[in-house]
Design a protein around this ligand. Structure first.
Ligand SMILES: *Cc1c(COP(=O)(O)O)cnc(C)c1O
Length: 394
C-alpha cells in the first residue's frame, strides 16, 4: 500500500493531508482497503453514501441508465431529470429546481439567484449577503466568499464583495448586519464542517420573519444535513419554516456527483431567466437516475424511520461517552449528524481509530464527527463505541 501512496504523492496536488489508506471496495457500512482489511465506516464519504456501499438496487439502476443514455445536454429534456425534478421539488416543498454537479455549484446558483432577484427589484448591483461565522459553503469563489472561516478565504481575496458575517444563534448579530441593500441570508440549518452546531428554533424563526418583513431571501444550505440525515428529509422541516432557496448535494446522488438548488415559484419568477445560468453536465440522465434511485430507496426502506431509531441510540451512546471520559466535553447534533466536542485536538484519536478499523472524521480541530450511512444499525453503533473506547482508554 505504501508504494501506491508514495506514487500518489508524486502526482496528486497536495490539497489534502490524506490518511494512509487506499480503499478498494465497500459493502453496507463497511469499507475494505486494498490489503483486504475491513473497516467500520462512520464517515460515508462525508455524508454521501447514505444508503450504504454496494447496494444492488442502486447499482442496477445506474447500470441500466449507462446502457441507455449517460449524457445529452440541458438544451434538451430527459426523462430521469423530469422525474427527479418532480420528486425533489415535492419533497422540499419548493417549486423549482436546477441540477448541478456538486455542492459548491448549488451555492453559486443560490447566490446568483439572490443577486438577480434583488437587481430586478431596484436596478442596482451592490447588494449584500449575510453569512455565518464558522459556516462552510464550498471552495469556489462565490461559496468561499460566504464561508465563515477567515483562513480559508484570506489567500484568495478579493472574493465576491459585500458579504457580512454574523453568529449562528445570535439574532442580534444578524440584525446588526442588515441594511436596505441586504439581498440574502445564507446559513446551514445544521453547521457541519464548522463543528456540528444546529440552528436553534427561535433563531431560525426570527430569521424567517426578518426575511419576510424585509424581502430578504433565506438560503438554507442543506448539502450535508439534508436528504434524511437529521430524521426528516430536510432539517428545516423540524423548524416549521421553509427557505426561499435550498441547496443540496452529498447524499442526493448516493455517490454519483450531483447537487441541486431549489427555489420557490415566487423567487424563480423574479430571478434567473434563459442566459443567466447553465451547466453542461448538471441533471444529465445518469446523474438524475442516481437521484431517482436514491429516492426510491428512501421510500422503499423507510430510511427516515430508520434514522430516527438509530440516531436515538447513537445519541444515547455518545452521551454515555461524555459522562465517562473527561476529555469529551459535550455532544451536539441532530439525527445522524453528531459531534463530540473534546478538550484537545482529535486528530490523534481519529488516526488511532483508523488503525483499529474504525473510520471517523473531525469537524473543526476538537470535534469528532459521526456521519454514518443512514442504514447504520445498533450493531454497528455498538461496534463503533467499542473501538472508540479502546482508543480513548489508552
Ligand atoms: C460539502 C459541503 C459543501 C460543498 O459541497 P461540494 O460538493 O464539496 O462542493 C457546501 N456546503 C455544505 C454545508 C457542505 O457540507
Amino acid at each position: 500500500m505504501q508504494d501506491y501512496i508514495n506514487k500518489a504523492n508524486q502526482t496528486l496536488l497536495h490539497t489534502y493531508n490524506r490518511f494512509p489508506v487506499i480503499w478498494d471496495k465497500g459493502d453496507g457500512c463497511y469499507l475494505y482497503d486494498i490489503n483486504g482489511k475491513k473497516y467500520l465506516d462512520f464517515v460515508a464519504g462525508i455524508a454521501v453514501f447514505a444508503l450504504g456501499y454496494n447496494n444492488t438496487f442502486f447499482n442496477n439502476a445506474l447500470k441500466a441508465q449507462i446502457d441507455k443514455l449517460i449524457h445529452t445536454s440541458n438544451y434538451y429534456y430527459n426523462l430521469p431529470a423530469i422525474e427527479a425534478a418532480g420528486r425533489l421539488t415535492a419533497l422540499a416543498g419548493l417549486e423549482r429546481v436546477f441540477f448541478t454537479n456538486s455542492g459548491t455549484e448549488a451555492v453559486e446558483g443560490a447566490i446568483k439567484t439572490a443577486r438577480k432577484y434583488a437587481y430586478l427589484k431596484d436596478g442596482h448591483t451592490h447588494h449584500e449577503i449575510i453569512a455565518m461565522n464558522r459556516s462552510f459553503h464550498g471552495r469556489t469563489m462565490g461559496s468561499l466568499s460566504v464561508t465563515g472561516t477567515e483562513s480559508y478565504r484570506a489567500p484568495f481575496e478579493p472574493l465576491i464583495g459585500l458579504v457580512k458575517f454574523a453568529d449562528l444563534n445570535n439574532f442580534e448579530s444578524v440584525l446588526n448586519c442588515v441594511t436596505k441593500d441586504t439581498c440574502a441570508i445564507i446559513l446551514e440549518t445544521v453547521q457541519a464542517e464548522g463543528g456540528i452546531y444546529p440552528a436553534e428554533q427561535e433563531f431560525l424563526k426570527n430569521i424567517r420573519a426578518l426575511c419576510d418583513e424585509k424581502d430578504i431571501l433565506l438560503i438554507l444550505d442543506e448539502i450535508q444535513c439534508g436528504i434524511g440525515r437529521t430524521g426528516t428529509m430536510f432539517a428545516y422541516e423540524q423548524y416549521g419554516i421553509k427557505p426561499d432557496i435550498l441547496t443540496c448535494a452529498k447524499a442526493l446522488g448516493g455517490g454519483v456527483p450531483v447537487g441541486a438548488f431549489l427555489l420557490s415559484e415566487r423567487v424563480a419568477a423574479k430571478s434567473l431567466v434563459p442566459g443567466d445560468h447553465g451547466t453542461t453536465y448538471g441533471g444529465n440522465p445518469f446523474a438524475a437516475a442516481a437521484i431517482n434511485a436514491v429516492l426510491d430507496l428512501f421510500a422503499e426502506n423507510n430510511i427516515i424511520d430508520q434514522v430516527n431509531q438509530s440516531s436515538r441510540y447513537l445519541e444515547q451512546k455518545l452521551d454515555d461517552l461524555v459522562t465517562k471520559y473527561d476529555t469529551i466535553v459535550s455532544r451536539r447534533g441532530m439525527g445522524l449528524l453528531q459531534g463530540l466536542e473534546c478538550r484537545e485536538p482529535v486528530a490523534d484519536i481519529i488516526s488511532k481509530a483508523l488503525e483499529k478499523g474504525l473510520v471517523l472524521i473531525n469537524a473543526g480541530p476538537n470535534v469528532i464527527r459521526f456521519i454514518p450511512s443512514l442504514i447504520v444499525g445498533r450493531e454497528q453503533i455498538d461496534e463503533m463505541v467499542i473501538i472508540l473506547e479502546s482508543v480513548l482508554e489508552r
